[in-house]
Ligand binder design. Structure first.
Ligand SMILES: Cc1cc2nc3c(=O)[nH]c(=O)nc-3n(C[C@H](O)[C@H](O)[C@H](O)COP(=O)(O)OP(=O)(O)OC[C@H]3O[C@@H](n4cnc5c(N)ncnc54)[C@H](O)[C@@H]3O)c2cc1C
Ligand SMILES: NC(=O)c1ccc[n+]([C@@H]2O[C@H](COP(=O)([O-])OP(=O)(O)OC[C@H]3O[C@@H](n4cnc5c(N)ncnc54)[C@H](O)[C@@H]3O)[C@@H](O)[C@H]2O)c1
Length: 444
């Protein structure tokens, strides 16, 4: 324990950017405090990944039974209220479990909103003063809200996941990760979904020919996409809401999901008081995740950088800070390949060099029509395709896949991409057969 401060390291926020590293850090004998204004665990367990994937499970199963309908006889009914209840039952214990993980490690969890007083001092709920040698800003992101008349009539992704019944008619503004994942879920649970696009692009960070296949499939299932929608206002119209958009156009809906992105939680944090550099994209850090104020660091989604704002990045940053603070490393952070996936049905997953970059660099791009590969035919996947990318020296540097199990295929290939394996090295490792991982590895 630091002689001059309450803690050696104080984290603001208790999401993945904190807890994956803070618990093992405390076990090394470093004194650790964690301040959290909401639920311990932050976005991913409580209102992000874990909650969403639970709600998506019946969608995945429904798609599979739909394909195998000549073998699996009988109607499948989906029940949103039961689905929401199962989600809640699964995520309810997580904050307590994660608090226990931190406390068992020796960290102290402090409930309240933190504000900087000076570079070593924060105030909790404007009352309690806590000091620390090092402070980590890990406050994450929150939903962006459209700045238009009636914006208060729209809802965010957390509200969607807490719906007790699925609206008959749903408008989703935005066609990024949240827009597309939730359009998939709502459509599968019987809602008439309209996705209002900002431009003419859906999931702009993913390989567009694969995205088009997801869009075409959702259109066949009844989802409407309005390109360049220019949403202008929401207005109560009896029991419904009027959405004004485009050139004097409008439609009526039961419920609106504003999925127009997420912005850093930096308000009322006192960053200006301490002179920490930040802008609307987040906190600036160097290669040690250190802000311009030497003893203050940042971790996770709140950092301003080009990484995808996903849990694997937050996880790795918190682990890096654990090694740095416990003196297991003095090196700058060396980010590994961060994979990502959009959990539509089918999913699109990717890691490493993108197809677009590979085309520019003239790398070898192997195209695999997986719907014709026997193992993908076992559950009759009609949309299954991958692109593997090898660089000039024959090393696997990237992959992108569209299929129901694309995330598992990409996970299987990650070691080859991260450790820059060539075909000979890949050939020395033989996986369990038959599996999606084996199939992916075989293609690499
Ligand atoms: C709907 C949704 C689905 C997602 N699905 C996936 C997915 O499938 N896979 C994936 O990899 N990623 C997914 N993500 C992204 C993932 O949730 C984030 O990348 C991850 O949670 C980032 O962790 P973090 O610790 O940086 O931030 P957070 O988890 O947001 O934690 C920040 C914490 O700081 C607290 N806080 C903020 N300000 C203060 C303050 N002043 N004082 C005290 N506490 C404060 C907040 O209450 C919060 O608990 C999803 C996100 C959303 C919204
Ligand atoms: N599977 C996953 O890993 C996963 C899932 C959900 C969320 N997330 C994370 O959460 C973050 C937020 O997700 P998101 O979907 O809200 O953000 P996003 O950045 O992926 O998408 C935002 C969408 O809103 C649109 N938009 C912006 N302003 C608009 C406007 N005025 N009118 C209409 N559309 C507008 C954009 O064009 C884009 O389509 C993501 O960046 C991602 O990192 C990850």
């Amino acid at each position: 324990m630091s002689a001059n401060y309450d803690y050696d390291v104080l984290y603001i926020g208790a999401g993945h950017a904190t807890f994956d590293g803070a618990a093992p850090l405390a076990k090394t004998g470093v004194s650790v405090g964690v301040i959290e204004s909401g639920l311990v665990g932050g976005t991913c367990p409580n209102r992000g990944c874990n909650a969403k994937i639970t709600l998506d499970e019946p969608v995945k199963v429904t798609r599979e039974t739909e394909r195998l309908n000549k073998i699996l006889k009988g109607d499948i009914q989906v029940d949103w209220a039961e689905n929401e209840a199962q989600k809640q039952a699964i995520i309810d214990p997580l904050p307590e479990n994660l608090t226990k993980r931190l406390e068992d490690g020796g960290a102290t969890v402090i409930k309240g909103h933190a504000t900087f007083e000076d570079a070593h001092t924060v105030l909790v709920d404007q009352k309690k003063t806590i000091t620390a040698e090092k402070i980590v800003i890990a406050t994450g992101l929150r939903p962006h809200r459209l700045d238009i008349p009636g914006t208060e009539l729209a809802h965010d992704s957390e509200d969607f996941m807490n719906l007790k019944s699925m609206p008959d008619n749903l408008v989703i503004v935005g066609s990024g990760y949240i827009g597309m994942e939730f359009a998939t879920i709502a459509n599968a649970f019987g809602s008439k979904v309209t996705v209002m696009l900002h431009s003419d692009k859906v999931l702009r960070k993913f390989y567009q020919p694969f995205v088009q296949q997801v869009v075409d499939d959702l259109k066949k299932r009844g989802v409407t996409f309005v390109e360049n929608s220019n949403v202008q206002a929401f207005e109560q119209a009896g029991s419904q809401i009027k959405v004004s958009y485009g050139n004097d156009e409008s439609l009526k809906t039961d419920w609106i999901l504003d999925a127009t992105g997420r912005i850093p939680n930096l308000e009322n944090l006192g960053l200006e008081k301490v002179g920490i550099e930040f802008d609307k994209t987040g906190v600036s850090v160097n290669d040690y995740l250190q802000t311009n104020v030497d003893n203050i660091y940042a971790s996770g989604d709140v950092i301003s950088n080009d990484l995808p704002k996903v849990t694997p990045a937050a996880y790795y940053e918190s682990k890096y800070l654990m090694r740095l603070f416990s003196k297991q490393t003095t090196d700058p952070i060396d980010m590994p390949v961060i994979p990502s996936v959009v959990f539509t049905s089918p999913r699109i997953a990717k890691a490493g060099v993108s197809v677009e970059e590979a085309e520019k660099k003239n790398y070898e791009i192997t195209d695999n029509d997986l719907a014709n590969y026997w193992y993908y035919q076992v559950d009759q996947e009609p949309i299954a395709h991958s692109k593997e990318i090898h660089d000039d020296s024959g090393k696997l540097v990237g992959v992108t896949e569209i299929s129901d199990q694309a995330q598992d295929a990409v996970n299987a290939l990650l070691p080859a991409i991260e450790f820059k394996m060539d075909r000979q090295q890949v050939g020395r490792l033989v996986g369990i057969f038959p599996t999606i991982g084996y199939a992916a590895w075989h293609r690499a």
